[in-house]
Design a protein around this ligand. Structure first.
Ligand SMILES: [Zn+2]
Length: 282
């Protein structure tokens, strides 16, 4: 298949998924069913026909307005569709047609929804982290069984059991990543609560971190946390200075975990190699 065709296919499907993410971003935090009723204008209730619901194109043709009543439709619908399509292209360029492509296209899509929902509503819906964790375990299971997976690992991890004279216990990376990264964020949350006498990180952040760990593993998970925290600090300080946010604790942590995870999905090897080189360990 020529590259341009792959890119076109990936973009079309990515923007369709982006269109579905818009539904999730609106409905999940409102506890509405994601399948019923079909997409409709939230002002007049007009049910979108198939041709009203073409990703990107419909929004542009109707200039971000409801076809029936003319109510404004947020440009977020357009940007989420575009951004999801573009990120899917990036995943394809990084991984080609592979198990990793399907895994990370799915995970990054869910991360986009988490980002948008947590930023606005300060919650991380269970459906999203459970979906991501399931994708991580499934991808590792399929990858190990069929030998299809090479990123970021291609075999089981063997942990030496203490006091047994060198017994090695095979552990899936996804499981270790789930437990260790989730546990690390839980620990940071507890320490933050002791230190600031205030909830620093919610249970949603712990579950999100665990689900990310199931897809990128324990070590990369921790590194993604540091990257996310660094980016969050760089963005958060100007927001506080400009008076857009009062204090650091009103900035939800989920979006930072999302950004850190996406950086590691694309650049994990480079980041770790750079780090080891910097520390003189390579
Ligand atoms: Zn309307």
């Amino acid at each position: 298949m020529p590259d341009w065709l792959s890119v076109a296919i990936v973009f079309v499907y990515g923007s369709i998924v982006g269109s579905f993410l818009n539904v999730l971003i609106w409905r999940l935090p409102r506890d509405e069913s994601v399948v019923r009723p079909p997409s409709h204008c939230t002002v007049c209730g007009y049910t979108l026909r198939a041709w009203d619901n073409i990703p990107l194109i419909s929004w542009l043709i109707y200039r971000g307005r409801c076809r029936n009543c003319g109510a404004r439709i947020s440009s977020r619908y357009f940007w989420i569709e575009l951004f999801t399509g573009l990120l899917w292209i990036a995943v394809w360029y990084r991984f080609g047609w592979s198990l990793e492509f399907f895994q990370y296209a799915a995970v990054i899509s869910a991360l986009i929804a988490v980002f948008a929902i947590d930023l606005e509503h300060y919650i991380i819906p269970d459906q999203l982290w459970i979906f991501m964790a399931a994708v991580g375990f499934l991808a590792e299971g399929i990858g190990l069984a069929l030998g299809w997976k090479s990123y970021p690992w291609n075999d089981l991890l063997y942990l030496t059991v203490p006091f047994t004279g060198g017994w090695e216990l095979p552990v899936p990376h996804a499981l270790l990543g789930f437990v260790v990264y989730g546990g690390a964020v839980l620990l940071v949350g507890i320490l933050g609560e002791i230190g600031f006498k205030k909830e620093a990180m919610g249970g949603g952040d712990v579950k999100l971190a665990a689900a990310i760990g199931a897809n990128i593993g324990a070590t990369w998970g921790i590194v993604s946390f540091l990257i996310g925290a660094a980016i969050g600090t760089v963005i958060g300080i100007p927001l506080i200075v400009l008076g857009k946010r009062e204090r650091m604790d009103y900035i939800p942590f989920g979006p930072m975990l999302v950004v850190g995870a996406i950086v590691m999905i694309f650049f994990g090897r480079q980041v770790v190699n750079w780090w080891l080189g910097y520390a003189g360990l390579r």
